[in-house]
Write a protein that binds this ligand. Structure first.
Ligand code: 4GS
Length: 244
């Protein structure tokens, strides 16, 4: 799978693409990330990428010419690539979208800077606008990195067997159960006995219940989409009864 990232800050991506899961996936050739410097597609002496907005107002707008050239360059050997603009105006990125994108062969991510990009670029080239959340970044670069990271994890081979099994369990749509490791006692707090019991059925049931409890407490809206067994539903009803 190939990601092309169009940016005016190519160095932003240097170390994140070298570390951990992502670094390994790139080294192994499972994913290919090409950082495209938007300034390489300017034609003036100053390598201009922005200009003042028509109609006035604060800030600058990314001019369409270099973006068109950069997108065309990224698409030259693959007309079917999906062009994504990172912007607070986009659909909010989630696991479901990540899963859909991981099935594509080629994504082109445009990192917005300043007030945004000239709308004609959106009309002519952008297939999808994505936001990573309801807050304002200084640029689309961290958002593009989030998308590259979350999508890459779902590309076959990027995660080890154990890690992908865990990923599958997130697909249940619940928040994670609490984790404990050594020491058994820490600052007067003990590891729950059940985790030391060696009874794997019982441990699994406890973890499931904790995941349900935490999800109900913090993100009840997630429960609507989660796959729940009859036992899960009974437990949730019990919790809601106790709550009243
Ligand atoms: C986001 C976001 C963002 C918006 C870029 C203001 C600079 C900035 N991009 N998800 N101009 N949230 N972009 O805040 O994707």
């Amino acid at each position: 799978m190939t990601f092309d990232v169009i940016t005016i800050f190519p160095n932003f991506f240097d170390s994140p693409l070298k570390e951990g899961v992502l670094g390994r996936a790139i080294k192994k050739g499972l994913i290919n990330v090409r950082i495209i410097n938007l300034r390489d597609f300017t034609k003036d002496r100053h390598r201009t990428t922005d200009d003042r907005p028509y109609g006035g107002g604060p800030g600058m707008v990314m001019i369409p010419g270099p973006l068109k050239e950069a997108i065309t360059h990224a698409k030259k050997d693959d007309k079917d690539a999906t062009v994504i603009l990172l912007s607070p105006r986009g659909k909010v990125f989630d696991h479901e979208i990540a899963r859909r994108l991981s099935k594509k062969e080629h994504l082109i991510l445009i990192c917005g800077r300043y007030e945004g990009v000239d709308e004609r670029i959106v009309k002519a080239f952008v297939d999808m606008e994505l936001s990573i959340g309801d807050f304002v970044l200084s640029g689309g670069e961290p958002a593009a990195l989030v998308v590259v990271d979350a999508v890459s994890r779902l590309v076959p081979g990027v995660l080890g067997k154990e890690e992908s099994a865990r990923e599958d369990s997130f697909a249940t749509g619940l928040l994670e159960y609490p984790h404990y490791t050594r020491p058994k006692s820490f600052m007067g707090m003990d590891v729950p006995d059940v985790l030391l019991s060696g009874d794997h059925k019982k441990i699994e049931r406890w973890r499931r219940k904790e995941a349900l409890r935490i999800t109900l407490e913090r993100r009840p809206e997630l429960l609507k989409r989660a796959k729940l067994s009859r036992e899960d539903k009974a437990f949730l009803e019990e919790l809601e009864r106790k709550d009243k």
